[in-house]
Design a protein. Structure first.
Length: 45
């Protein structure tokens, strides 16, 4: 019963979108830390 209610409140696509945003955010932070500031092409794009 609880599982069904949770699925109705939080659709599958919403969870996927949330995870996608989290992954993009973590990758962005990692690239900003690892990539040197001498690469304006990567930061601009």
């Amino acid at each position: 019963m609880l599982d069904q209610a949770m699925q109705l409140q939080f659709p599958h696509w919403l969870m996927i979108a949330g995870m996608f945003l989290v992954i993009i955010g973590t990758i962005g932070m990692l690239t900003k830390k690892t990539l040197p500031r001498s690469r304006p092409t990567m930061t601009n794009s």
